[in-house]
Ligand binder design. Sequence first.
Ligand code: PGA
Length: 248
Amino acid sequence: MKKNIIAGNWKMNKTNEETKQLIEELKPLVKDAECEVVCCVPFTDIVTARKAARGSNIQIGAQNVHWAEKGAFTGEISAEMLKELKVQYVITGHSERRQYFGETDETVNLRTKAALNAGLKVIVCVGELLSERESGKTAEVVTRQTIGALKDITKQELKSIVIAYEPVWAIGTGKTATAKDANDTIKIIRKTVRKLYGRASATSIRIQYGGSMNPQNASELMAMPQIDGGLIGGASLTAEKFAKVVNY
Ligand code: PGA
């Protein structure tokens, strides 16, 4: 049975002190959650977040990982480093990484593989730009990104992957894709997974929606048959809001 997964993506927010406070506040509010609960925090907050979340159902994730094992990559963090801190999840391919840091389908794939090799679970993000949506290219873009991200990843490894469909125009803008649009695009992504790995894998892989998901729209989105969770930015920064999404 697959379990839905709601993950917070804190982006570049929260100091150590704020991390401790947020996780402490969150713990009692999400303790009965039926879904998996993950907070993807800045690298510098991982240790604090892990400590604060100890004994709870909150898992801790990172927001990026480098593909090399080690070496001269100033400013980067390896999968082994994350593993040692007992990080369970890492996000790859977030649209902000693609947009501001030159991430490509190829580097998303390399980062994803490095994380899997270290035994981490990965939330791989895909999603179209507004211009791509308006020119009718959504299906083409998410299919290309999905195939690119999953290149050379085995069926067994796929079990450690969650895909997050995040239309770029819906991120941080307050514009949500309609539940139907999100569902339809996720269906396309699932079809791509089916072509690559077969029906069973396509059925069991969890695909989240992300993009201005909040306490007001979470239940409608989560009621859609194709949507298995959410990747939450803005609404994950306060315990009360995030808990409401988790307990949709
Ligand atoms: P948002 O961000 O919920 O603030 O739109 C989602 C994301 O970027 O993962």
